[in-house]
Each structure stands twice: as C-alpha cells, then as structure tokens.
Design a protein around this ligand. Sequence first.
Ligand code: USQ
Length: 388
Amino acid sequence: MRVLILGIDGYLGWPLALRLGKRGHEVIGVDNLYTRNAVREVGSDSAFPLPEPEERIAAAKKILDVNITFYRADVKDYEKLYDIIQKHKPDAIVHFAEQRSAPYSMIDVHHANYTFINNITSTINLIYSILKVDPTIHVLKMGTMGEYGTPNYDILESAFVEVEIKGKKDKIPFPKWASSWYHWSKVYDTYNLMWANKVWGLTITDIMQGPVYGTRTEEIIDEKLRTRFDFDEVWGTVVNRYCVEAILGLPLTPYGKGGQTRGFISLEDSMQALTILLEHPPNQGEYRVVNQIHEVLSVSQIANMVKEVGESLGLKVEIQHVKNPRVEKEEHYYNVESKILPSLGFTPKKKMKDEIRFMLEDLMPYKSRLEKFKHVIFPRTDWRKGRS
Ligand code: USQ
C-alpha cells in the first residue's frame, strides 16, 4: 500500500510511519512542524530531544531500512496538498495534521480560532483534493472519544442512532457533546466527513480514540527513532504528565475529584489498531466510525498506579488533587462499545501498569533536561477564564 501521513512529525505520526514502513508499505509524509513551535510557545519541549525531520528520516533508513518521503508543507494550503496527493496517488491518507491539544484551544480567542481554522480547513482541503484526484482513496481520520463527552448512556460504535420524538422515529447522527474548542473542532470534522461521504461517497474511517500514553513501539529501538513526548500543562496528556511529575518529585495532579474516566490506549496498541484499520479498509463508499480504546480508567486510578510503580522504582511519589482548570464531569458513567477493532483481529498487547514502568525507565535518563521545564507543569490554562 502507498500511504500518505498528514502530520507525520507528531506523537502518533512518526511511529506510524515506522510501523507502516517496516510492514513494507510505501510511506510519504507531510508536516508543517507546527507542534514543535507551539510547544516552545508555551515554554516547553519534548522530553526526548527531537532530531530534525531530515535526521530522523535518515535514522529510519539506517536503523530500520525504512524509506520515507517527506514534505514540509501546510495542509491548510490546498494547492500544495492537492499537488502532493496528485503526484503520489496514495491508496490511503492518514489525517493527523490537526491541532490536538484541548488546553491550547482554550487559551484565548486566537488559539480557539487557530484550532478551528487549522482543523476544519485541513479536513475540507483533504476532502476536495481526494475528490479531484481519486475519490476511492481511503481516508483514515483521527477523531477523538472526547467528541461524545461523558454521557449517562452507552457510547455506541455507530454513526447514527434511532430516536423517537413525540411518537415519530428517525435516525440522527450519534449525539456529540464535547468539552473544549479542540474537541468541538473534531465534532465538526466528523459532520463534514459524514456529509462528504453522503454527497460524494468518499471512503472514510473516523477514529474515536481515547488518550494515548507511552514511550515505546516495536520500531523505537534507538534514541534517534524516539517520538516526541509532551508533559507540560498544555500539550501533555494525563498519563505522560504523571510519569514526568513522578520523575521530577512533583506531586501527581488529578484534577478535581479525579473520577474523570476515559478509554486509554498505549502507543504500541494505537499503532497496531491504526495498521489494522489501514490494512482492512471499509467498503468503497462507506463511512466507518471506530471507537479505539483499551483500558477504561479514572485519572485517580492512574495516579495510584503511577505512585505504586514509581515507588517500586525508588521514587518518592505524592498525589495532590488540584483545582480542576477544566469544565467537565468529575464523576460519571462511562461505557464504550468497541467491537470493530476486535472483529478485525485487534488484540491489545500492553497493560497500562506495565507501560508506566517502561515510561519511567525511559524518562529517568532525561531528568536533568526535564528539570528545566518544571515551571510549565502545574495547570494554568483555565477553561472558566476564557482569556490568557
Ligand atoms: N487530567 C488530570 N490531570 C492532569 C491532566 C489531565 O486530571 O494533569 C484530566 C483532564 O481533566 C481530563 C483527563 O485527564 O479529564 C484527560 O485529559 P488529557 O489532557 O489527558 O487529555 P485530553 O485533553 O482529553 O486530550 C487528549 C489528547 C487529544 C485526544 C484526547 C482523547 O490531547 O488529542 O483527542 O486525549 S479523549 O480524552 O478521549 O478525548
């Protein structure tokens, strides 16, 4: 297969390129390196130093014998995106080229606007490029479990649901109720993709993935092949943040009551799932929604896990519930249907507790680098404030 990855420089994009390359697929990647700059904008950096794209591509060739063609380009530039798709005519396009931080989108009006303009425009550009080059190309689009919010009913793995209103039945898109501008941008993307499928019969997999954690995949066998790893209050996600907090001797920070429950998945299992979905595309003209999760846990449970594993490695780990900077339910029902991936052979290999040990071991040698970013860990971006 020939696969174009939009957002190849990111936490998921890079390891996916290595995985697909190792499996013999041809890999082309696009990135404007926005995340690198936006993480610096909030005073932080990746825990592992990142080689320049050209250097990491050379390392992939040397260490894994994987060839990657890279374009430094912005997916908001329709002509550029169209030219790349027209030139390579991929079988599938993975769309990760979106602003992916909820706190970043909540900083102020400029960050909210950037999130919407970048995320919505990139998806529209992709839809129109495919339409012009080849409408049969499979689009694998990264959405988020956060599109659904935390409803008091089961989250089905279905694009539509039947409802009855005043005695009359109809099918409506499965309800969405997001909790940041970032998550809303993904909801709007979903509606746009469903519409493109209805109007033009595009073939789409819309992945609703929970928070990803971890430092390792089967291909990350050398420091030069590491993927970025964020831990600051804006770009870091909860498990990755806790691990860095534990390394630095800072208290772990469950927000509020800590009952916020999500469907987590390791980086390795995310790679496995994405590969399966690419290698088993939906039928031509189908819009397929996939709930991509593994372990359902609360942020308090995870803090206890990091404390236990950290202490077994000799770290002194405290847990300190902090005032929740977000507007979200802190105790709630959470039950997610996830049957498509298992039906295609997905068998999660990693348990969070085991991965936390590897993460702490991998991060430990970078402790002095992490010390420099201690001041950007405590949450400052406040949902209620609405401005910086
Ligand atoms: N949280 C804490 N303490 C922290 C950091 C976060 O309790 O130090 C809580 C948050 O309040 C939230 C939960 O952990 O309830 C998850 O937050 P997160 O920062 O780990 O993840 P989130 O902002 O939801 O976004 C991340 C990715 C995003 C992806 C999403 C999947 O950044 O790209 O779409 O996970 S999901 O959460 O299922 O929507």
